[in-house]
Design a protein around this ligand. Sequence first.
Ligand SMILES: Nc1ncnc2c1ncn2[C@@H]1O[C@H](COP(=O)(O)OP(=O)(O)OP(=O)(O)O)[C@@H](O)[C@H]1O
Length: 630
Amino acid sequence: MTLPDAAATPAGADRTFQVDLRGLVDLLSHHLYSSPRVYLRELLQNAVDALTARRGLEPGAPADVFGIRLYADGSVVRVEDDGVGLTEADVHTFLATIGRSSKRADRIAEQRGDFIGQFGIGLLSCFLVADEIHVLSRSARTPDARAVEWRGRGDGSYTVRTLPASARPRPGTTVTLTPRADTGEWTRPAQVHALARHFGSLLRHPVTFDDGTGGAGGAGGPGGAAGTGGPGASVNPEPAPWARTYPTPGARSRALAAYGEGVFGFKPLDTIELDLPAVGLKGIACVLPEAVPAGRRHGHRVHVKGMLLSERAEEILPEWAFFVRCVVDAESLRPTASREALYEDDTLAAVRDALAERLRAWIARAAASDPDLLARFLQAHHLAVKSLAVHDDEILRMLLPWLPFETTDGHTTLDEFARTHRTVLVTSSVEEFRQVAAIASAAGLGVVNGGYTYDRELVHRLPEIRSEVSVADLDPATLTAHLDPVDRETELAATAYLARARDALAVFDCDVALRTFQPASAPALLVDSREARHERTRSQLAREQEGGLWGDILGALRQEAPRAQLILNQLNPLVRTAVAIDEPELARTSAEALYGQAALLSRRPLRPAESSLINRSFLDLLAHALRKDS
Ligand SMILES: Nc1ncnc2c1ncn2[C@@H]1O[C@H](COP(=O)(O)OP(=O)(O)OP(=O)(O)O)[C@@H](O)[C@H]1O
């Protein structure tokens, strides 16, 4: 924060960068921090780091003798700690130099992981709510150290003076802010208390809050420096829920679920305990009771050393884990400067892998021994699990048999379906499934709708875990082969009609066949696949463009175009009448009308030529009916 006098520096001499503190604070507030409220988090975090450093100096001291006291009475906000404190030299080096941090100094590089801060900018966040930061500190490193007072101002100026040790009888630091009038939203006593609870409820050091009214556990007045704050109300009266002891495992899981509900606002379907001793991580994963859109990632709550750093950290779990939200407290995860994300390093990668493993183990346990939980889980999250199973062999093996699919036997699990159908047929689109489902099922075929994301791919992998089952794509030929042929005599009688029908429908590359199938009420079935339609469109374009550049390109791409098939149902009374028509024009029109009706039933978008065919055949039939009547 020092601003050297540029004019006094001789020409050619090395100059020092100057910092426009207002500009810097502006940058932090608009681009680094999500809200001015983070000032309290930064103050608490500095106090926690100072307590950690003090514990390094006095490892034998009882756990609760050093603490943090907050005070806010509407005119000041004060955070006082029994931490390591600062000497006068420390104040110049660390407080007054932006970007310098005692937690990154060389001699403690190996301990850097012990501290939450490291960038040397956190204190600047206080300028989001106040124009001046007042620090009164006394170092614990030298027993007879003098107290030191520092005042830093938003314009970049600061003053330092030393005071007799009696000005701060015990080692530690007190930071006092006089909030600007427009920042009441973040600095009113009730708000400071709420923020302290929010950020500090899991801190392991005793933290108290006092609003200066002397009520409800509060005591002491706003006056002066150290040690006058009184006992105050505890901000973190209880340890983290996973660190408490409970009379029974049931009581423990109910308490963890209630904590999860309090934090996230939903009643978890189940609560998974997380414990990774290698990185000192503990916490819970709450399984969401309802489906979330695939791919939507939730933020997780990450505490470091008890301090809430981020509510939106996505990085601690892999992308597929979008069915849980976690609260974790870790010793050695490193936050970024904004604290709202985690630094992507080997530790974070290892944590992510280990937590993913934990979720897999939970799924495996549910699959093996808790069918009721598994069913509720899959009901809400089957889509998430399907996306997971595509890439994860273990999940596939555990869960594929239990996943629901749309089949010709209704919505059922693959396991159930494969028990009645040793050959499982799968369509490649929803539309194909809609076309064939009723008829295939009447013909005794077992078909799964493979049109939804992941489904076809997953069904094809069923033989990996059920070797007795075979899976094949359902193509028109397979279906036609399963429909009963008509006897020779009927076939012969229909030859002329079928020839006329083929001729009428040649423009659609459509073959016509006569079969018997259930339900008898269905006159005709149009069997056609999307790929076949695309192939025919391409071939047709190539023909139209013959000789041109596009014609050559499309022609080169041309494959043997599979033909559509209109299968007429000999069991249907209308079809039986139609195949007996002698009059060529009427026969042609009836074939067109049957094609049009089957195309409509297939629920796929109609091509313009098909729409005009339906139109024309309807009008022709109407004209024919009217002529007959007159
Ligand atoms: N309560 C405190 N007790 C002792 N030293 C403190 C306290 N608050 C701040 N300091 C000193 O001031 C330095 C700068 O603090 P600041 O919050 O700006 O950065 P930091 O905590 O080091 O890193 P970060 O920007 O990541 O928070 C700290 O490194 C520390 O040396």
